[in-house]
Design a protein around this ligand. Structure first.
Ligand code: SF4
Length: 450
């Protein structure tokens, strides 16, 4: 890594899966706002729906997700009943003439912690309550270790077309160090079962920067993903924030790779994926040449939302389940994190909104610039100002900050176009931060750039 980049590499920066980011959410946004925003969805507008399942059989030490171990099915069953009710509440709150679901995504946690019957019933209910468009996609994040044949059948019967597998690493010593034992054969067998059931699109999540992990381990996992014909691959750096995600303290800090090694792992993993035929997208995604995400990246319609990079064009996302975030043109709303409060709110007939943020015109302008940069590695500042009806100098502050990053080689500025060179791609969030008019450095909250 270039010497000048090292200071930036250890700086904490948001992932910019939204702007404003969750750091700006406050209780000033209420159920009333959520209802008004849901009601104002335009006639015919399609929406996306996300359903959060916050349970896993066992916690992986590196995990930063909102999840827990249920210790028996009773807690999961108690969670499923309010989920059904919440689906109805949102479906009733939305403008009646919206265009139906474009994308339905189950995430977590591990959605396959649900029983096959409960999963199928939830998927069917969401499709029926919101109205499913003919070409809609249903995607599910799955823990391959606990994916039963019955769950695969339930996904196929529900019309699931894409599954995301948490692979992370194949190296036994690393799997042991992160408390996630997952032999290669188990993954191969799981992928075969999915494809035999008609679910062809399998995404894989990989990680670098894990304890004891080496460059060779990352390359091996990348080659495995290509060999298994993964449709999409994400390659994330492990963010060690034990003061924020308590169970990460089970990870031996002394075994974590240093900065240079992390950078080398990220580079080698990306090279291996591209060498094996995947197309590099944005900060940390890769997709097969025939995948819709590659098409979106090439034709300029790629988007970024809470699920990361997406070809989902919807402006409105309804988040269902404790901690889920909904997105509207007017702002963001996050559901109660405390499951009891979330459930009580639903039982009282209220949308379970705990906090959020109202989005103003300046936010929308900055959000568009950040999204463009995060998706295509370049942004034409003048074009964004024109597109959003802002004055030509509305983002002058961002250009000024970017000039400082240009001197460190993190970006190039030609006229009013900011470009992040491919070799500095890991610093994309650092450059995007130039547009962040609300940024407050909160080390505990955000992952480091590399
Ligand atoms: S299975 Fe996934 S969500 Fe669950 S603890 Fe492991 S990484 Fe986190």
């Amino acid at each position: 890594m270039k010497q000048a980049w090292k200071t930036f590499a250890t700086r904490a920066v948001p992932r910019y899966t939204s702007y404003p980011t969750a750091a700006d959410f406050t209780p000033a946004v209420t159920e009333c706002d959520a209802r008004a925003w849901a009601r104002s969805v335009a006639p015919g507008e399609r929406v996306s729906v996300y359903i959060h399942v916050p349970f896993c059989e066992k916690l992986c030490f590196y995990c930063g997700c909102a999840t827990s171990v249920p210790n028996g099915y009773a807690r999961i069953a108690n969670y499923v009943a309010p989920l059904h009710r919440e689906i109805d509440l949102w479906a009733e709150a939305l403008a009646p003439n919206h265009g139906g679901i474009d994308h339905l995504h189950f995430g977590g946690g591990s959605p396959n912690a649900l029983s096959p019957d409960d999963f199928k019933a939830l998927a069917d209910h969401a499709c029926q309550a919101f109205g499913m468009s003919k070409d809609a996609e249903i995607a599910v994040e799955v823990d391959p270790r606990s994916m039963s044949p019955e769950f695969v059948d339930a996904m196929a019967a529900a019309g699931v077309s894409r599954v995301s597998f948490g692979v992370q690493t194949l190296a036994p010593k690393v799997q042991e160090a992160v408390g996630r034992i997952q032999p290669r054969e188990l993954l191969v067998d799981g992928i075969r079962r999915l494809r035999a059931a008609g679910i062809q699109a399998v995404n894989m999540d990989l990680m670098y920067g894990l304890p004891h992990q080496t460059v060779a381990d990352v390359v091996d996992a990348a080659e495995f993903a290509a060999e298994m014909n993964a449709s999409r691959v994400s390659l994330f750096g492990y963010a060690h924030v034990p003061w924020f995600a308590k169970h990460q303290s089970a990870i031996d800090e002394a075994a974590l790779p240093g900065l240079e090694e992390r950078f080398a792992q990220a580079e080698a993993g990306a090279d291996a994926l591209v060498r094996n035929g995947l197309y590099a997208i944005g900060l940390d995604h890769f997709a097969r040449m025939d995948d819709a995400l590659t098409a979106a990246a090439r034709n300029g319609t790629l988007r970024r939302n809470f699920q990361g990079y997406t070809d989902d064009p919807c402006q409105t996302l309804i988040g269902i389940g404790a901690t889920s975030i909904s997105q509207f043109r007017e702002g963001y709303v996050q559901n109660f994190k405390d499951r009891r409060v979330w459930q009580e709110s639903i039982e009282n007939g209220n949308l379970p909104a705990e906090r959020g943020v109202v989005v103003n015109d300046d936010d929308r302008l900055r959000a568009r610039a950040i999204e463009k940069l995060m998706c295509q590695l370049w942004v034409d500042v003048d074009a964004v100002c024109r597109e959003m009806g802002a004055s030509p100098d509305a983002l002058a502050d961002a250009l000024e900050t970017a000039r400082f990053l240009q001197s460190a080689g993190l970006c190039q500025i030609t006229g009013h176009v900011i470009t992040v060179p491919a070799e500095a791609r890991l610093f994309l969030r650092t450059v995007a931060q130039c547009f962040d008019g609300r940024y407050k450095p909160v080390e505990a909250r955000h992952a480091k750039a590399v």
